[in-house]
Design a protein around this ligand. Structure first.
Ligand code: AMP
Length: 286
């Protein structure tokens, strides 16, 4: 596996692959890799000629400085995992490499309110940071296909919107969420859960499944209220549980003819904030 720290060098390398007719897949990550990340890497390896992974803890998407400082950094182990899985290249830049002082600012993009709901309500500025870094990374890595996780539903929706707004020639593939045995979505944050909170956290997956069943009888708002109660009853502190149109991210008041209906939730388990979602009906594209 080739490892790059320099943005210019990796751009050159990607361009040589592209000129040689190779399809380049890109998996952006913030490191502390787990099997969820690796599922994206494996899919990329299966579908593209080249799989390139970035490991970059993006400072602009953290609204709390202490979260940025506390973010786990396990670069050596991450690179080993990528190597073992057959990844072709890793990009491990410094902050200056992605945000060079002399570089022009990227223009803002109209996110059509997609960044204001769900996570956006609780993490102001978070998606501006995500869009900023994704523009920069896609500029450095002119890939054919981008692999991102469904676990971050809103993030994939916003990045897809950005790609369309900017007329970028890249397609985004939204990959299914990998889960622990009890259904808890894999996340580097799970390591920080106490034993009791770890046990309680399995409820998030159970309530999402329950929401699917409730959808046969209850109205969206009733499901949201029941889910909040269910989570609280299990000793968790839900921040939101929302039933949304999976494309526009708008809340659904009455069942109608939405193409895609998704339940999204953010929950505190002790000091750890967890997010998850589940498609209640419809098929995501692609
Ligand atoms: P992160 O390092 O948290 O920024 O995540 C990098 C990518 O991995 C994002 O596209 C995430 O959506 C994806 N990802 C994180 N956790 C999972 C999971 N449990 N299953 C599938 N993809 C995931």
């Amino acid at each position: 596996m080739e490892t790059f720290k320099s943005a210019n060098k990796i751009t050159d390398r990607v361009n040589t692959w592209r000129v040689a007719g190779k399809k380049v897949g890109f998996v952006p990550t913030m490191g502390a890799l787990h099997d969820g990340h690796l599922s994206l890497v494996r899919r990329c390896l299966n579908e593209q000629d080249i799989c390139l992974v970035s490991i970059f803890v993006n400072p602009t998407q953290f609204n709390e400085k202490k979260d940025l400082e506390a973010y786990p950094r396990t670069e050596h182990r991450d690179l080993e995992m990528l190597r073992e899985n057959g990844c072709h290249a890793a990009f491990v830049p410094s902050v200056n490499e992605v945000y060079p002082k002399d570089q022009r600012e990227y223009g803002t993009i109209d996110l059509a309110g997609l960044d204001k709901t769900l996570e956006g309500e609780f993490r102001p500025g978070h998606f501006e940071g995500v869009v900023e870094v994704m523009q920069r990374l896609l500029h450095i890595i002119p890939c054919n296909v981008l692999y991102m996780g469904q676990k971050d539903w809103q993030q994939t929706t916003i990045v897809n919107h950005m790609i369309r707004q900017m007329d970028m020639e890249v397609s985004l593939i939204r990959c299914p969420t990998q889960r622990e045995k009890d259904g808890l979505a894999m996340s580097s944050r799970n390591e920080r859960l106490s034993k009791e909170d770890r046990k309680r956290s399995g409820t998030i997956y159970r309530v999402l499944n329950q929401a699917r069943l409730w959808a046969e009888k209850k109205k969206p708002r009733e499901i949201e209220a029941s889910a909040i109660e269910y989570l609280r009853g299990a000793g968790l502190t839900p921040e939101y549980f929302k039933i949304i149109d999976g494309d526009t991210l708008e809340g659904i008041n009455e069942w109608g003819n939405e193409r895609l209906v998704v339940a999204c939730t953010a929950v505190w388990a002790g000091q750890v904030r967890l997010i998850d979602n589940m498609i209640l009906s419809g098929q995501p594209q692609p």
